[in-house]
Design a binder for this molecule. Structure first.
Ligand SMILES: Cc1ncc(COP(=O)(O)O)c(C=O)c1O
Ligand SMILES: N[C@@H](CCOP(=O)(O)O)C(=O)O
Length: 533
């Protein structure tokens, strides 16, 4: 088993052996490398010969030279993954162990030879050369820093994500590291739970978890373009969040983006995101499934790289949210993780992140996963309820959870795998259930999206049936920011939704602008709150 000291020492020697370093740089490098060794040695064997020398190293840290930015600095420190043989490739998803089919990540390929899904497979033997404490400490040491690219919650796990990409090619907005929120009042008041958490993946650069996958995909595209591979632009079909993330990351890198949106089916806030970021936006008279079909046909014909989660690169970034949850719990495993599902890439990404932590010994089990769907777009739920007998795509009906209005999910096989291998469950939520759950959660200080309302509805059902216990540590994954969905909240609180009671609506009170009228309504309000007034 390699130790931390050995690992970081080799970083040091690789950096120092490079003949191209100028003298001054070498001096700075040597200084910061001593600091690396010092930090590491406290985590390694105390008898390490480096300990006493490192203990004497100064704690002062110099700023990088004024003419250097954080990307330059990373370039100077070099990427050492190749030294340790960390690498990854595409393989057919859930392939027979005897399969030898594989593709370099630098190939442009979305499907296996038989037309099935692909998966990114890491060289686990290379990763296993470092023990679990090494990985925990490494990941912890990167949280909250500005060091390129590790300040990102995704790239802080670079060795497990895209080990071979040069840090210089990475396009990142320091996504990830999202809040794992203790839902104290919601849990206590509505569910009798004391250990309920909401992973706020929507508190992110473009307001959804898609940023986690898109930083990986666009970084790889950036690399391919530098290698002169034929990628003129990047395209996706979207219910609003993938397109927002794609256009933002492409804009940051100066890469053209093309988005196919189902006309009148996404929120205004989502629509304006790719428009503002300069994407080429096609509004199509079809639903998401129709857009998905079209983008697949188009990307097969034109040099446009496919950015939907059919492309397994995306899931490598998304899986870091699962790793991050474990890290935030100091590597204690929650009992349940509940995730809203649409195109169904994310449920598998979570499974993959948890499973990788188990395989590399950071945890000894994985949580049970729950995939939550809107009743109006519930193909996975129907499949689950049929005892996995036959999968039938559905015609997805309009739902307030518009980002998961998907009837023919591309990652159906991945989702089934994740549910089966985590002893998981699939639940559904009606429009009224999801909107009420969202309103209740908001009334305790959150501001969640309707998709998170779907996940909370699933939790309510599983609590009421006793499947999830009052003390079970449960994480609900919040997938987008509520500010993208203010129209649905406005309709709810205006009681403006046909056939919905909107039981928790809190409409504003219109009052005449004089002291007496204001006092009257306030007194009434305070009395209703049992105030001592
Ligand atoms: C806000 C939001 N929540 C949940 C999902 C579902 O994720 P997935 O398609 O990976 O199942 C999506 C997109 O599909 C989304 O945009
Ligand atoms: N909700 C998604 C739907 C497409 O999902 P993807 O993960 O396959 O890109 C969106 O926002 O477009």
């Amino acid at each position: 088993m390699a130790s931390l000291y050995q690992f970081d020492a080799s970083v040091w020697s690789v950096e120092h052996k490079s003949k191209s370093f100028r003298r001054t740089r070498r001096r700075i490098e040597g200084h910061s490398s001593r600091l690396i060794i010092r930090a590491s040695s406290s985590l390694s064997d105390n008898s390490s010969p480096s300990s006493s020398a490192a203990a004497a190293a100064p704690l002062l840290k110099h700023r990088r030279p004024a003419d250097e930015n954080i990307r330059d600095e990373a370039r100077r420190h070099n990427n050492c993954s190749h030294v340790h043989g960390f690498c990854a490739k595409y393989v057919p998803f859930n392939a027979d162990p005897s399969s030898t089919e594989s593709y370099s990540l630098d190939e442009i390929v979305y499907r296996s030879r038989s037309g099935g899904l692909l998966d990114v497979q890491h060289d686990m033997d290379a990763l296993k050369k470092f023990d679990s404490n090494y990985w925990k400490s490494l990941f912890d040491s990167r949280v909250g820093k500005t060091t390129w690219p590790y300040g990102s919650g995704v790239w802080s796990k670079k060795e497990w994500v895209l080990p071979e990409i040069d840090s210089d090619d990475i396009v990142s907005a320091f996504e990830g590291n999202s809040n794992l929120f203790w839902a104290e009042r919601y849990g206590k008041q509505f569910l009798g739970m004391n250990d309920l958490w909401v992973k706020h993946c929507g508190i992110s650069h473009t307001g959804s978890f898609k940023d986690l996958g898109m930083t990986v995909l666009v970084s790889q595209v950036n690399r391919l373009r530098k290698m002169n591979r034929p990628v003129v632009g990047v395209g996706c079909a979207s219910t609003g969040d993938t397109s927002a993330a794609l256009s933002a990351y492409c804009a940051a890198a100066g890469i053209p983006s093309i988005v196919f949106l189902p006309a009148n089916r996404i929120s205004i806030a989502q629509l304006v995101q790719p428009i503002a970021n300069g994407a080429f936006v096609l509004s199509l008279d079809t639903d998401f499934d129709g857009c998905m079909q079209l983008i697949r046909e188009v990307t097969a014909e034109l040099p446009i790289y496919l950015a939907n989660s059919l492309n397994s690169l995306r899931l490598e970034g998304q899986k870091t949210a699962a790793i991050e949850i474990l890290q935030q719990f100091d590597w204690e495993v929650p009992d349940w993780v509940i995730i809203p599902g649409g195109n169904l890439g994310n449920i598998y990404a979570f499974y993959k992140g948890f499973h990788m932590c188990k395989e590399l010994g950071l945890v000894d089990r994985i949580p049970r996963l729950v995939c939550a769907q809107a009743t109006n777009a519930n193909p996975l739920y129907m499949y689950y309820k049929s005892g996995w007998s036959e999968f039938k795509p559905v015609k997805a009906n309009t739902t307030f959870a518009s980002a998961i209005q998907i009837g023919d999910p591309v990652s159906i096989d991945r989702a089934v795998y994740a549910i089966k291998n985590s002893n998981g469950i699939v639940e559904e939520a009606t429009e009224e259930e999801l909107m009420d759950a969202m309103a209740q959660a908001d009334s305790t200080g959150m501001f969640i999206c309707p998709h998170t309302g779907v996940a909370l509805s699933a939790l309510i059902k599983l609590r009421n049936s006793g499947v999830i216990g009052p003390t079970d540590r449960t994480v609900v994954v919040s997938t987008a920011h509520g500010l993208k969905f203010t129209q649905s909240k406005t309709e709810y609180h205006s009681k403006d939704i046909p056939d919905m009671a909107c039981r928790y609506a809190n409409p504003p009170v219109h009052v005449k602008a004089d002291f007496g009228s204001v006092m009257d309504v306030l007194k009434k309000y305070l009395l209703s709150k049992n105030s001592k007034y």
